[in-house]
Design a protein around this ligand. Structure first.
Ligand code: HEM
Length: 487
């Protein structure tokens, strides 16, 4: 029976393929923002029969995704994730009992702001290590941020400190698995996503390249969850101190041993979702510092006046540093790193504002647009922390979808908040970031934009980084010595 309400408006598509040919080649959020102006704040297209609902208004996003309970809490099935075992990671999990169990486990350890205090020592130590990594390879600060991503998440999640002077075996394994994770989630890369019945083809069949690829991913996917988890278990068995996320859950006697797999995968989900995100914001800070030297100077002046030069800033200083707080908000807004959030799937038919939203529709929220709407943010492409200060501040990006919606809202929100803040404040206090010059002596300025994808990062750029003073290096060495035994 044909529903009596229309789908949300949108461009007309072709039979069978729908609007596939209209789909943007990259940075879809920009095209979606233009479509929003043309078709309205809730619009739709069809891709091989699946409606994609695109939302360009934060009120609607909130009403639809947060105020309707579980109605939009599902995720699309990714066939390659099922074939490789990656469906066990939380970010892609269907909305079911296992999903709820993961969220409960994660919420126990990092569900509140108060929980974060326990992680302050590790956060502080790793942010100091970030400075050290930047100074030991000043030619390539992007590499220091990538290394810090792995180091921070392994330390917080498993209490594991990576090897600094040689390739770390855990990082190598986990990064390899993560590359495969990104590959299998590439939009349009595998035909089996469009024609799921292809998964029944035998592996030797000519069109079954995807099956051979999936088979290669199974081992690394299992290892990336198993190896660091086993490390924590062994440490606890030996009676060694470990205060990580995984150790906290393993020590909790109220969690039955049948839950061990859920527990292992809630920890592994951190790596998939929590490593690239935080450091991308820190890398955005370096980009902003090159493009807006006056912001860098003002932030440094605030830190110097509150903290002095004989120690590095830390969490106890946070409330006394309003300008730094505004810089962090502006980094979130300027280059949002999850620009379309992660699509939610409708669990049942629904009618919203006179439009029919069928079961299995995918809902995309244009967070990038929410944070660049000129009606809300004056000169939205300019990096200007002042917009969040004074008597009439512009809205905090956290209230406009930065961490997603409803039952799928980012469970790492509090951890992200403290990790981003501590790394940005240390970078402000410790690093002088200046533009690079080319062979002709011309200044090379970065392009203020990001890569494409679900989780994006600033486009790599050249810059010169150096410690703000010789004295700072001594202060840093001392801080690192004091933090050596943190775990
Ligand atoms: C600046 C940093 C971060 C940003 C902007 C961010 C943003 C997001 C967004 C937009 C989503 C999708 C929410 C939705 O579907 O409605 C998400 C999901 C998720 N995030 Fe984050 N995140 C950040 C850091 C982290 C960290 C540090 C962790 C790990 C501890 C983490 C763990 C997760 C997980 C596991 C999910 C999947 C949740 C689910 O599907 O139920 N995130 N995040």
């Amino acid at each position: 029976q044909k529903p009596s309400y229309p789908l949300p408006p949108g461009p007309k598509g072709w039979p069978v393929i729908g609007n596939v040919l209209d789909l943007p080649k990259s940075h879809s959020w920009r095209t979606f923002a233009k479509w929003g102006e043309q078709w309205g704040p809730i619009m739709s297209i069809k891709v091989f029969g699946t409606p994609f609902v695109i939302i360009s208004d934060p009120e609607i996003a909130d009403q639809l995704l947060a105020k309707t309970g579980s109605m939009y809490a599902d995720r699309p099935t990714i066939q390659m994730a099922l074939l490789t075992g990656w469906d066990r990671a939380l970010s892609g999990a269907r909305y079911n009992a296992r999903f709820r169990e993961y969220r409960k486990l994660i919420g126990r350890v990092i569900g509140t702001r108060g929980n974060m205090v326990k992680f302050y020592p590790v956060e502080d130590y790793q942010a100091n290590m970030f400075l050290k990594r930047v100074f030991s390879d000043p030619e390539d600060p992007a590499a220091a941020t990538r290394k810090t991503a792995s180091a921070m998440v392994l330390h917080l999640t498993y209490g594991y400190k990576i090897l600094e002077d040689q390739p770390d075996p855990f990082v190598t394994k986990v990064d390899f698995a993560m590359e495969q994770f990104s590959d299998i989630h590439r939009t349009g890369a595998y035909l089996v996503e469009i024609f799921p019945m292809l998964k029944y083809l035998p592996s030797w069949f000519p069109f079954a390249e995807f099956k051979r690829k999936a088979a290669e991913c199974i081992g690394p996917c299992n290892e990336m969850a198993d190896i660091p988890f086993t490390y924590v278990k062994e440490q606890l068995d030996k009676g060694e101190e470990n205060n990580s996320f995984a150790a906290d859950l393993l020590k909790d006697k109220s969690i039955s041993s049948e839950k061990l797999t859920d527990l292992k995968w809630s920890a592994a989900s951190f790596y998939a979702a929590g490593s690239d995100t935080t450091v991308s914001v820190v890398y955005s800070y370096m980009m902003a510092a090159v493009l807006y030297p006056e912001v860098q100077r003002k932030a440094q002046a605030e830190v110097d006046s509150v903290v002095g030069k004989d120690r590095l800033p830390s969490f106890q200083d946070r409330e006394s540093l309003p300008y730094v707080e505004a810089v962090v908000k502006e980094l979130y807004r300027w280059l949002p790193i999850v620009p379309l959030a992660v699509p939610h799937r409708a669990m049942q038919h629904n009618v919203y504002k006179g439009y029919f939203i069928p079961k299995d529709s995918l809902v995309f929220v244009n967070v990038w647009h929410f944070l660049h709407d000129p009606k809300v943010y004056q000169s939205p492409f300019i990096f200007n922390p002042e917009r969040f200060l004074g008597p009439n501040p512009e809205p905090d990006p956290i209230d406009r979808g930065l961490f997603g919606y409803g039952r799928r809202i980012c469970p790492g929100i509090h951890l992200a908040d403290v990790s981003v803040w501590i790394n940005v404040v240390k970078a402000i206090a410790g690093i002088e970031v200046i533009p690079a010059v080319d062979d002709n002596g011309e200044i090379k300025l970065p392009i203020p934009d990001t890569t494409d994808g679900i989780i994006v990062r600033p486009i790599p750029f050249d810059c010169i980084v150096k410690p703000r003073s010789e004295h700072l290096l001594q202060v840093l060495e001392e801080a690192l010595r004091n933090g050596e035994n943190v775990n």
